[in-house]
Write a protein of this length. Structure first.
Length: 592
């Protein structure tokens, strides 16, 4: 019998016998969020007991035979969207749209959110609704995973490639059909069984002039509009939030679901993480079990982004919204290369070497861990991708491949192996070769040019560096700089056989002209003879889990400039998605 305590206060016992593996779970309140100081006496009484249990909380994943948690049955069926094999296409069924979100702490999270909401509010087409796959790293995983677990405030069915007749919906109080500019959309509320049957017939009469694939997709969206999303969280941009507030459209139900995505991506998670250290339960677990700094930050992200509102159950990969894109979260393997004892040495298996990309997908969890990704917490997958060395510890995963050979896999920040998330997109293309007429890759790259130490300063140490020298940050930035262009070149080279189908859009701060004046005024310490530029301001945004108001404003201005400068590339992408023949110039296939 193997016993451990894990899963945010869920007591677990694994009984291994000839009959197989039985999972028992007893629920109680989440200690990271609703714990009261009244627990402290109990914790003090248990210190003697738990002091010898240093392996508790060492790992959080389940074996492949793990049972589904009871509370999940009240929500929609599990979405199998943590995989490289694409079966639920979104938007144009003949076009594969993939979004890569780079690492870079809150800078990357905020940039990803701004790009995604800008794509969403394009006047001609909701491009975010066309994205099939998100591959994210570190800070970019906050925005990517949050989109994957949320729903929109109102369920909208875009109809960009069909003729839409709104007359069949006349008289339906819970359905709004409208054409706004070039956009055609149907907004559907929750319907009774009788209302749903009537509305479905009206939908079939309203849609015409599109392919069978497109009609099937629209009908699928109609049925998905009536399912319940596990998270009870919404994806709403600042623009939408302000518009709804001005019109008085908010109700208590929406207010319970927190605020807009830009606010969530820019919260000071470092301060929230630090405050969580002082929960009595966290103090005891940190010093007397394997519960570490990474676990505390994972709990912090869970409380703010990746739990159910308002009950606080942790969201798992099985709770991904089935209407959303496939989600691939990337981390770096930090474990020695090994082969389980029960593996046939002659069997051809792909080995996971130190420094390789490890993904939180069904493929990697099955092949390397014999574990169930759909029972793993989303927040812990995101945290593994963002576990920056020296600040956070490894995320440990149990390898259940051989019960007689106990092994563990340790992973950390995905930026070390691939800070762009492009290697995983190459795997997606290999798994889905020949399925699509066009492939669109949008890379959101939050890289900033390392400034290095001042040539005027003889002492490069800061006050903090007297305790922990931060020169490792400079070495890490130098590594990212050298690997960045190599990663893009390798991706294009690996997929040269589909170059006639591929459109690659690289969204990067490098596209902001170096002569553009910074948006913030000069401060008292600035030299008035040296005008600050926007690029310099962007390069000063640090890589951590907090961001200043000035940093957010600079990123917003940068996104506006990039979308304006890359209008030709954006126009090409929209033409492809709208089934119009794009311009044939090969130079705009790769917009770098």
């Amino acid at each position: 019998m193997i016993k451990r305590r894990a899963m945010n206060g869920i007591s677990q016992t694994f009984n291994i016998s000839e009959k197989g593996l039985m999972l028992k779970e007893v629920f109680h309140k989440k200690p990271g969020k609703r714990q009261a100081f009244g627990y402290f006496p109990l914790i003090a009484c248990l210190l003697i007991i738990i002091s010898g249990c240093s392996t508790q909380y060492a790992y959080w994943n389940h074996p492949k035979t793990a049972l589904t948690l009871p509370y999940a049955s009240n929500f929609t069926a599990s979405a199998r969207h943590a995989t490289f094999k694409i079966s639920d296409d979104r938007g144009n069924q003949d076009v594969l749209v993939m979004l890569a979100l780079s690492g870079g702490g809150s800078r990357a999270a905020y940039l990803a959110a701004r790009v995604m909401t800008t794509l969403q509010h394009d006047p001609d087409l909701d491009i975010l609704k066309e994205v099939d796959v998100i591959s994210s790293v570190s800070g970019g995983s906050l925005a990517g995973a949050y989109y994957a677990v949320t729903e929109d405030p109102e369920f909208r069915i875009p109809v960009p490639r069909c003729k839409l007749n709104c007359e069949p919906f006349n008289g339906h109080e819970k359905i709004v059909c409208y054409k706004k500019g070039k956009k055609q959309e149907i907004v559907i509320g929750k319907l009774t069984a009788e209302e749903k049957a009537v509305a479905f017939k009206a939908l079939r009469r309203a849609i015409n002039g599109c392919s069978a694939k497109e009609c099937a997709y629209i009908e699928k969206l109609f049925h998905l509009s009536q399912t319940k999303v596990s998270s009870n969280r919404i994806w709403i941009s600042r623009q939408q939030w302000q518009e709804r507030a001005e019109k008085g459209l908010f109700n208590l139900n929406l207010q319970f679901r927190r605020v807009h995505v830009e606010d969530l991506m820019s919260r000071n998670y470092l301060n929230r993480w630090f405050a969580s250290w002082f929960w009595p339960g966290n103090i005891a677990r940190y010093w007397f079990t394997a519960y570490d700094r990474t676990d505390i930050m994972a709990q912090t992200l869970e409380d703010n982004l990746f739990d159910t509102k308002n009950l606080g159950f942790p969201l798992k990969f099985g709770n991904l919204n089935p209407e959303r894109p496939y989600l691939i979260i990337n981390s770096t393997n930090g474990t020695e290369c090994y082969t389980p004892l029960n593996k046939d040495p002659n069997e051809e298996t792909q080995k996971m070497h130190f420094g390789s990309v490890f993904t939180f997908t069904d493929e990697d969890f099955t092949e390397y861990l014999n574990s169930d990704i759909y029972q793993f917490h989303v927040a812990r997958g995101v945290m593994a991708s963002a576990a920056f060395p020296a600040v956070f510890s490894y995320v440990t995963l149990r390898d259940f491949s051989d019960e007689n050979d106990e092994r563990y896999r340790h992973v950390f920040d995905g930026g070390n192996a691939d800070n762009l998330g492009l290697r995983s997109l190459s795997r997606v293309l290999k798994e889905n070769r020949g399925k699509y007429r066009h492939v669109i890759v949008i890379l959101v790259d939050a890289f900033v040019e390392p400034t290095g130490k001042s040539s005027k300063n003889p002492e490069p140490r800061s006050t903090f560096s007297h305790y922990l020298d931060m020169n490792f940050m400079d070495s890490f930035n130098a590594l990212l700089k050298s690997n960045r262009q190599i990663g893009i070149s390798e991706f294009l080279k690996d997929n040269i056989d589909i170059q006639d189908k591929l459109t690659f859009w690289h969204i990067t701060f490098d596209k902001v002209d170096e002569n553009i004046i910074d948006i913030t005024p000069l401060t008292y310490d600035d030299n008035p003879l040296q005008m600050k530029t926007l690029r310099q301001g962007l390069n000063r945004i640090e890589t951590n889990l907090r961001i200043s108001d000035e940093g957010k404003a600079r990123i917003e201005e940068a996104v506006r400039i990039i979308f304006k400068n890359d209008a030709a590339c954006l126009e090409r992408i929209k033409k492809i998605l709208l089934d119009k023949e794009p311009d044939a110039e090969p130079q705009i296939r790769v917009c770098q």
